[in-house]
Design a protein around this ligand. Structure first.
Ligand code: HAM
Length: 439
């Protein structure tokens, strides 16, 4: 080969994120922030305190907590062996089990009930589609140590307050009761007998679940099985007076707060830890009904995970789904990057411009200092694009006179902007006055 010919290096493989795991880009930040602020406000309003647990937990926590015969544990968990010590670990697919683990481990219920909330990424190996991701975010609340329907009503009201705060349209509440374990056992026997009598109509999934978890057959999405499922024995007919009273009391409490709901006897939820109340909030996203939030009572879980028996209830919402709804109602909005954009003449004025920017930040303003030089025209284009209210102009001649200029970039009433020249040491006051006049 001719030594003067440059050797061609093969193009580098393009790196992309993992399928179903999304970047949240700065343009989406205002929407996330608006949501997060509303969540923090709602949680505070109900006396919930935040808890942060690890993203990785022992696999057995979820197997024991969520249940072995559930979609999540059977096929959706990101599990791996820690190569250093051989431990079986899992990226959390949800956070109720993790919160309960932490509550037991730190004995948080020693002095009475606890109201806790959390926010963060969860991981499920699902087929990605709109509203369904492999890394998604949840905000959840857990009321631990509280047994009555008042706690169920409270967590539901908390959700409603958040929807109201975010002005989310068309979010519908569905509720159901799963009764107590012995009632579900009686119902389960009846279901097994019923499905066995109709074995020829069951799909492979249902056949497999028939003895392990027949209740989950009711959750089937298979249209061919809808009629069969519709006519199956109902749990409500197997409930005793205590479970019925709990459910009726919850309904009365919700009605007393004018909170509309629909009883959906088919609502069983995809996790095994629930008893009594279960609920879901459903909204139409792109014409398709999607559950944006789900929860309920899970009295058996604390004991199942090795703690002293204590009742509990809670919910988790899918943040991406809620944000999709917010976006649909135009809740995104472009946020300004800064309050003030400082344009200047380059090297000769840089130190004064830097100084001006620092003083303005001292005064609590968000400031972008133009970097990278360029004509005033191109700098003003950037200033406009930044969303700043004001530009501060540091020019050579003005600076020689000890002055800088303040130029409004947008005025709330649409009147033409008046540029103003001020002494350098008056700049902060002049800028603050302009802001005070605008707001
Ligand atoms: P979950 O129904 O499995 O419940 O999830 C709650 C919410 O997370 C769902 O309603 C949905 O909005 C969202 N979600 C679930 N999977 C995905 C996904 N692959 N992509 C996007 N969003 C998703 C739980 O996780 C329970 N820990 C809730 C709970 C708390 N129950 C009592 N306390």
């Amino acid at each position: 080969m001719d030594s003067s010919t440059p050797t061609k290096t093969p193009p580098l493989e393009k790196l992309t994120g993992v399928r179903g795991m999304n970047d949240v880009l700065p343009a989406d930040e205002p929407l996330w922030r608006r949501f997060e602020e509303a969540v923090a406000g709602a949680m505070r309003a109900y006396g919930y305190r935040q808890i942060r647990t690890p993203i990785v937990e022992h696999t057995r926590l979820f197997v024991r907590g969520i249940g072995e015969v559930t979609d999540i544990v059977e096929k959706e968990m990101y599990s791996f062996t820690d190569s250093l010590n051989g431990e079986q670990l899992t990226l959390r697919p949800e956070n109720t089990a993790g919160v309960v683990r932490a509550v037991i481990e730190h004995n948080l219920l020693y002095d009475g009930p606890k109201r806790l909330w959390y926010a963060g990424p969860m991981f499920r190996h699902e087929r990605p589609q709109k509203g369904r991701y492999r890394q998604f975010h949840q905000v959840g609340a857990e009321a631990l140590g509280l047994a009555g329907p008042d706690a169920d009503a409270e967590v539901i009201l908390l959700c409603q307050r958040l929807w109201d705060e975010l002005q989310l349209p068309g979010v519908r509440l569905e509720i159901n009761t799963l009764g107590a374990a012995h009632e579900r056992r009686a119902h389960r026997e009846a279901l097994i007998a019923y499905f066995e009598a109709h074995r020829d109509q069951l799909d492979a999934d249902a056949q497999r679940r028939l003895h392990a978890n027949p209740l989950r057959i009711l959750d089937t999405k298979n249209p061919a099985m809808q009629a069969l499922v519709e006519a199956a024995p109902k749990l409500i007919d197997h409930l005793g007076p205590e479970s019925l009273a709990h459910f009726e009391r919850l309904q009365a409490l919700l009605k007393s707060q004018n909170l509309p709901f629909r009883i959906n006897p088919r609502l069983v939820r995809g996790l095994d830890y629930y008893n009594l109340t279960v609920f879901e909030w459903v909204a139409d996203i792109g014409g398709t009904p999607l559950t944006i939030c789900g929860g309920g009572r899970y009295d058996p879980l604390i004991e199942m995970l090795g703690g002293k028996p204590a009742p509990a209830c809670g919910f988790a919402m899918g943040v991406e789904r809620v944000l999709e709804l917010l976006r649909a109602q135009g809740g995104g909005g472009e946020a300004a990057q800064c309050d003030v954009y400082v344009v200047h003449h380059g090297d000769e004025t840089l130190m004064a411009a830097l100084q001006a920017a620092e003083r303005l930040r001292d005064a609590g303003l968000d400031v972008l200092l133009h970097c990278g030089g360029g004509s005033f025209k191109s700098q003003f284009k950037r200033a406009d694009g930044s969303g700043a209210q004001l530009a501060v102009i540091v020019g050579v001649d003005e600076l020689a006179r000890g002055e800088v200029s303040v130029k409004p970039l947008r005025s709330s009433d649409g009147t033409p902007a008046q540029q103003q020249t001020v002494a350098v040491d008056q700049l902060v006051d002049a800028v603050l006055e302009r802001f005070a006049a605008e707001h």
